[in-house]
Every structure is written in structure tokens, then in C-alpha cells.
Design a protein around this ligand. Structure first.
Ligand code: SAM
Ligand code: SF4
Ligand code: SF4
Length: 379
């Protein structure tokens, strides 16, 4: 454990923010923007708060032990409730849905939810961009069924190719080869493009940056290096364990020729770099990598992401302490119009920009209100 401090987890999930009144609320379908002019485009839905891994940066064993009180089944949104909310969010501009958790593939019959979400259409008749983030442990078994249900693509988390390092990080002794088998199964099932997320911790897996890049170069899989973030209150986050993305890029450029690539979309979290061919230009066959620099280079200015927790709380930021209880509206018999207006009103008053404030020293990650856990709200 070294010097890591574990803050005991008291249950803050009961705290719900009052839903703002529907006066002067933009009607569903109208162009919604928050107080900083940011639209709503990306909805991340957590489908379970449980996980079969205990990644030290996310669900440290000391906190998430067998005494930990996970949400009871009745508290979880049903697939019908999730799909209804997703439809209302689409009415306000959402075009991309990411299923997450906890480990989303642990949710029973997740394919059933994907099938329902895949049936939704944007106002101009387009299907949604549906993706899922998984630790990969169940992917070899589930990839075909997920693709058949309408999942388009998948992001798999993998922090090292070295079993000793990976097992220390997932803390349940899960082997690398099974995650790689999951990635292969996803490729074979036609889920594309596949991304692999690697959380980089200085002193833990930073020496795996170049081997991971070498492994995935030319595979059609985009590897993304994520700075270790101060999400939640239990992962013992310390700035000196963050390896800035600039250092990641420096290490990669010592080994490979890389050229910067344009952002693929507004609100895209990753800064992209392409492998260059002999002519010095991006060689698409070699692929690309990305860095996600939430700590050293915050991207709040473009943040168009809303997060729906497993039991129906709407959070406006990954680092929020409280969310808005949409389940209460769903189960209280509110109409689509009423829920749609509530979503509009909540987004309309959004001012969140935690990472910018942290980077400029205006909030201290070690004090203040206790933030929600990553395993509760998803990535
Ligand atoms: N269980 C799934 C997985 O691991 O892919 C989905 C949920 S997980 C919370 C989503 C993403 O958040 C993963 O890629 C994970 O590595 C990342 N993550 C979790 N805790 C993090 C932290 N403290 N800093 C940066 N990324 C983190
Ligand atoms: Fe589980 Fe994902 Fe968190 Fe790891 S990062 S403990 S796999 S939810
Ligand atoms: Fe968005 Fe909050 Fe992250 Fe800023 S800190 S990019 S507002 S989720």
C-alpha cells in the first residue's frame, strides 16, 4: 500500500439536486446549450456499479470489499427506462451513447438494452453512434452477440501487456491474454474501430507505453493513453503519479515517427497522433494513437458529455458531487414533455469545468465535496 491514503466511503449517492423549474426551458428539439455555450451531444450511461476487477486507480480492494453496499437491483433503471431517457436526450441533441459502468458486460442481457437503443433514431432519421467501454474480460464470449444486437464499436481497457504489471493493476490476477482474446473476438465480430484505453501511472506502468504502442501499431486499433485522474475519493490520487501526456508523446517520438492529426469531432477528448510512413506523412495502415490529458490539458471548453448513473441520476461532470434524480420523474409518472423539459433546464444551467479549475489551482483535488466514484458513473 505504501503511502496511499484511503478515504472511507460514506454513501453520498442518496444526495439528489433539485430539478430546476421548467420555466423558460428550451423545448425538446431546440438547440440546447449550457451557460458556457456547450451543446449536449454525448450521453454516457452506467449500467452497473459492479465490477469483476479491482483496478487500484478505480475500485481499490480496501474500499470495494465484500462489505461494500452496491445498488440493489430495484434501484437500477430498467432497459425500458434507459431507452426512454435516451430517446428524450436525443431530442436535446445527443448523437452518441456510450455504455459503461462498473463493468457493463456484467449487466444481465446487456444485448437486450443495445437492441433497444439501436432502434432509436435522431430527428433526421439517423441511427445513433452506440459504443461501450469494457475491461474485456467477458468480451471473447459476448462480442458476437453484442455486434448482432447493434453495437457499432467498443473501447477496451488494458493497462499493460506484462502480466505481472497488469495483474497488479487489476488486482484480481486477471491475465492479459484473455483481454487480448476479447479484443480479437471484437475484431472478428466486426466491431470497429476498436480503441484500447491505457491509464498511465508513473512508477507503475509507464515503462509499458512503448511496448503497448508497438503491439497495437498497424493493427487497426487506436491506443489511447489516459492521464491518471483524481476521480472519486478513494483511489489515493497524487499528482506525482500522473505522467503528463507530453511525456508520453516524447517517449513515443523517441521510438516512432508521429505526426499530429486533426480532432475528429468537436468535444473529442483525445489529442490524436498518426504514425508516419517513409514520406513523413500519416500512414493510415500504421494507424494512430491518442492522449487524453484531463489533468495537464483540460478540455472542459468543449465538453458536451452528460452522464446517467445506474440508478438514474444525471451528472453534468465526471467530477461532480451530486446528480439530478431522473428516476424519480420516470417512476413518478412524469410525461415525456415534463422529463424532456427537465433535461433541458438542467443542461441549460450547467457551468461545470472542474478540470480547468483544478489546473488553474482554483480547486484543490484533496478537499471540497466528495466526488462520485468512477465505478459508479463510468468513464
Ligand atoms: N469497466 C470498464 C472499463 O474498465 O473499461 C468501464 C468502466 S471504467 C470506469 C471506464 C474507463 O475509466 C476505463 O478505461 C478506465 O481505465 C478509466 N479509469 C478509471 N479510473 C480512472 C482514473 N482514476 N484515471 C483515469 N482513468 C480511469
Ligand atoms: Fe472495473 Fe473498469 Fe474500474 Fe477497472 S476501471 S475497476 S475494470 S470499472
Ligand atoms: Fe467535462 Fe467535467 Fe471533464 Fe471538464 S472536468 S471535461 S466539464 S467532465
Amino acid at each position: 500500500m505504501g503511502e496511499r491514503t484511503i478515504i472511507p466511503l460514506i454513501d453520498q449517492r442518496t444526495a439528489g439536486l433539485p430539478i430546476p423549474g421548467a420555466t423558460a426551458t428550451p423545448a425538446p428539439g431546440s438547440d440546447l446549450s449550457d451557460t458556457r455555450g456547450r451543446p449536449l451531444r454525448d450521453l454516457r450511461i452506467s449500467v452497473t456499479d459492479r465490477c469483476n476487477f479491482r483496478c487500484t486507480y478505480c475500485m481499490p480492494k480496501e474500499v470495494f470489499d465484500n462489505q461494500y453496499a452496491y445498488l440493489p437491483h430495484a434501484a437500477l433503471l430498467s432497459f425500458e427506462e434507459i431507452t426512454r431517457l435516451a430517446r428524450l436526450f436525443i431530442g436535446h441533441g445527443v448523437r452518441k451513447i456510450r455504455l459503461t459502468g462498473g463493468e457493463p458486460l456484467l449487466r444481465k442481457n446487456i444485448e437486450g438494452l443495445i437492441e433497444q437503443l439501436a432502434g432509436l433514431r435522431t430527428p433526421d432519421g439517423q441511427p445513433l453512434d452506440i459504443t461501450l467501454t469494457t475491461n474485456g474480460s467477458l468480451l471473447a464470449r459476448k462480442a458476437r452477440a453484442l455486434a448482432a444486437a447493434g453495437l457499432r464499436r467498443v473501447t477496451v481497457s488494458l493497462d499493460s501487456l506484462d502480466d505481472a504489471v497488469f495483474q497488479k493493476m487489476n488486482d484480481v490476477g486477471f491475465p492479459v491474454r484473455e483481454v487480448l482474446a476479447g479484443i480479437e473476438a471484437a475484431q472478428a465480430a466486426g466491431l470497429a474501430p476498436i480503441k484500447v484505453n491505457m491509464v498511465v501511472k508513473r512508477g507503475t506502468n509507464a515503462h509499458e507505453i512503448v511496448p503497448m504502442a508497438r503491439h497495437f501499431r498497424g493493427s487497426g486499433i487506436a491506443l489511447r493513453f489516459i492521464e491518471f485522474m483524481d476521480v472519486g475519493a478513494t483511489n489515493g490520487w497524487r499528482m506525482d503519479e500522473v505522467l503528463p501526456s507530453a511525456d508520453v508523446i516524447r517517449r513515443l517520438r523517441d521510438e516512432f515517427a508521429l505526426v499530429p492529426l486533426a480532432h475528429s469531432a468537436r468535444g473529442e477528448t483525445a489529442e490524436r497522433w498518426g504514425y508516419a510512413g517513409p514520406d513523413g506523412r500519416h500512414d493510415a495502415a500504421l494507424g494512430e494513437i491518442g492522449v487524453i490529458s484531463s489533468v495537464t490539458k483540460p478540455f472542459c471548453g468543449d465538453c458536451n458529455r452528460a452522464r446517467l448513473s445506474t440508478e438514474g441520476r444525471l451528472y453534468l461532470c465526471l467530477f461532480a458531487a451530486n446528480g439530478y434524480d431522473l428516476r424519480q420523474l420516470l417512476r413518478g409518472g412524469a410525461s415525456d414533455d415534463a422529463i424532456g423539459s427537465a433535461i433541458g433546464a438542467i443542461w441549460g444551467q450547467r457551468a461545470d469545468r472542474y478540470s480547468e479549475l483544478r489546473a488553474s489551482g482554483r480547486v484543490d483535488p484533496h478537499t471540497g465535496e466528495r466526488r462520485i466514484e468512477m465505478s459508479y458513473i463510468g468513464g
